[in-house]
Design a protein around this ligand. Structure first.
Ligand SMILES: C[S@@+](CC[C@H](N)C(=O)[O-])C[C@H]1O[C@@H](n2cnc3c(N)ncnc32)[C@H](O)[C@@H]1O
Length: 218
């Protein structure tokens, strides 16, 4: 929780300048969930993925983010969208009814939540707010193998107690994920698809990432 608590100010500080690029896999998404679905884009940033969803014909799309400044940018760019600042209570419970959504997107958000326990809390909450057999669509980063990343994973292993968690020079802590970690974290979902991809990070580096589609299992 300590790490997570330090992060929120960072996203407000960079809200005007960062560009996010994890792509929406329209083909897979539209096969898995119909246009009437109630969709939540959790950690929506400035709302670019919500905009993609609405353009695709999804009619009921909500985006939430803990950064008020990201949401302000989103509301300026895309005034037609339903984007809201999320006040995350101390107990981590999301302010939504159980089974309120048919699908939840989590794009480049796990990477911002470095600790296992915090990631588990979030995934448990997403399970709660998804209807039975609801869709979870995660886009995030694998552990990288290039020298630059390996160096920084090693540099921060002792401080954060885990290989793959590291601090960016600009002062936020992020995580890259082992495959086994993702499988364990999402074990209460039935995996539908897992696609490897290359993606450009918010700092302009090419990285190995993945897109996961899963159904809430009972
Ligand atoms: C890398 S950005 C990705 C934004 C968006 N999903 C996209 O792909 O365009 C991560 C976003 O997650 C938000 N965030 C970080 N921790 C969060 C949390 N615990 N709950 C909700 N949002 C969070 C940040 O404010 C930031 O806007």
């Amino acid at each position: 929780m300590a790490l997570l608590g330090n992060q929120f100010g960072y996203w407000d500080r960079v809200a005007r300048e960062k560009v996010f690029t994890h792509p929406l896999n329209e083909k897979v998404l539209t096969q898995l969930i119909d246009r009437k679905a109630r969709l939540l884009d959790y950690g929506c940033g400035y709302g670019r993925t919500c905009d993609d969803l609405v353009r695709l014909g999804y009619a009921d799309v909500t985006g939430v983010d803990t950064s008020a400044k990201m949401i302000q940018r989103g509301n300026r760019l895309f005034p037609h969208l339903n984007l809201k600042t999320l006040d995350l209570p101390d107990d981590g419970m999301l302010p939504f009814e159980s089974e309120a959504f048919d699908g939840v997107l989590l794009f480049a958000v796990l990477t911002c939540i470095p600790e296992d326990g915090d990631q588990r809390c979030l995934i448990d909450e997403i399970r709660r707010i998804l209807r039975p057999a609801g869709l979870l669509y995660v886009s995030d980063y694998w552990l990288q193998t290039d020298d630059r990343n390996v160096r920084r994973y090693r540099q921060f292993t002792e401080r954060f107690g885990r290989y793959g968690i590291f601090e960016l020079p600009e002062g936020t802590v992020v995580r890259h994920h082992r495959r086994e970690h993702v499988t364990t974290l999402l074990r209460r979902f039935e995996i539908l698809d897992l696609v490897d991809m290359e993606v450009v990070t918010m700092n302009g580096n090419c990285s190995n990432g993945f897109q996961y589609f899963g159904r809430k299992a009972s």
